[in-house]
Design a protein around this ligand. Structure first.
Ligand SMILES: [Fe+2]
Length: 285
């Protein structure tokens, strides 16, 4: 170890961890050490730059709370979250996209046809479609868990005095795999930019806006769950989402509501517009 130098240190560090041979943990750790050391040699990282990175990470920790995950935001703006979503999407299944910071477990269960928006302002829209498997078979009893911002781009959980479970619902598909409910079209919003990640965006002359979107988590027995988002064609920021969540396959078209075209679903509230999206789940394993 005393003959260690900038080229032999990488192997020495890897060897110092006595992790189980052939384990996934060993593989992940050793690959991380390889890339971290390569990055440092390749950039000739100075002490000042190295300390700047560490202080940036320290600042991310300092501003984080149970309701604010600055490291997830960092991962999002670096495209890391999106990359993990991409490489974990199964062939034939709906593409995954960001979970985001506003998911809540145990949202209220709602009957098909329910309205999530209540008296909120904005364009009332029917969201509907079928949940299928990769062979095209409808999946009855699939769980469609959705959450979203309102017609001003705000999540109720962000505002004091609001019910944090507003604009959320868990639906179960009917015998034909259908889901349908009405809500209000969300508006774009910014990711939090008053912390270190905001400083990073400003340093790179980047904005903090996300295009309007609906969040979904779809589950069904024996199928691999998906977490994804739906976006709307021809709306602001779909081509420059601050967190790289948009995929062409997740863009939907909002059309004027026509009951016949939507299959005459029984609705609590008559909407102005409608959008259809069929989700596809791949088998588990
Ligand atoms: Fe969101």
């Amino acid at each position: 170890m005393r003959d260690i130098n900038q080229f032999t240190i990488t192997e020495a560090v890897k060897k110092s961890f006595r992790s189980e041979e052939g384990s996934r943990f060993k593989f992940l750790l050793e690959t991380l050490i390889d890339h971290l050391h390569d990055y440092t040699r390749e950039t000739n990282l100075t002490h000042e730059e190295w300390m700047r990175v560490l202080m940036f990470l320290y600042d991310c920790g300092q501003i984080s709370t149970p309701d604010r995950h600055e490291f997830i935001l960092l991962s999002d703006v670096l495209g890391w979250s999106a990359l993990v979503d991409m490489i974990n999407t199964r062939g034939g299944a709906t593409e995954g996209s960001n979970l985001g910071p506003f998911y809540l477990e145990n949202a209220p269960k709602k009957a098909l046809g329910a309205d999530l928006a209540g008296p909120r302002e904005g364009v009332s829209v029917l969201a509907y479609g079928i949940v299928r498997d990769t062979l095209g078979h409808p999946l009855p009893g699939a769980v469609v868990d959705t959450w979203q911002a309102d017609g001003t781009g705000t999540y109720p959980i962000q505002e004091s005095g609001q019910d944090k479970y507003d604009l959320r619902g868990i639906f179960e598909t009917d015998k034909d795999g259908r889901y349908y409910y009405t809500t209000v079209l969300p508006k774009p919003y910014t990711v939090p930019y008053d912390g270190p990640v905001g400083d990073l965006l400003r340093a790179g002359d980047r904005h903090a806006w996300r295009p309007a979107h609906l969040h979904y988590m779809i589950r069904a027995k024996g199928m691999r769950a998906i977490v994804t988002e739906l976006f709307f064609e021809n709306t602001e920021y779909v081509d420059n989402d601050a967190v790289f969540g948009v995929r062409r396959s997740l863009l939907t078209r909002v059309e004027p509501y026509k009951a016949d075209k939507a299959g005459n679903p029984p609705l609590e509230r008559k909407p102005d517009a409608m959008l259809r999206f069929d989700f596809v789940l791949a088998p588990e394993g």
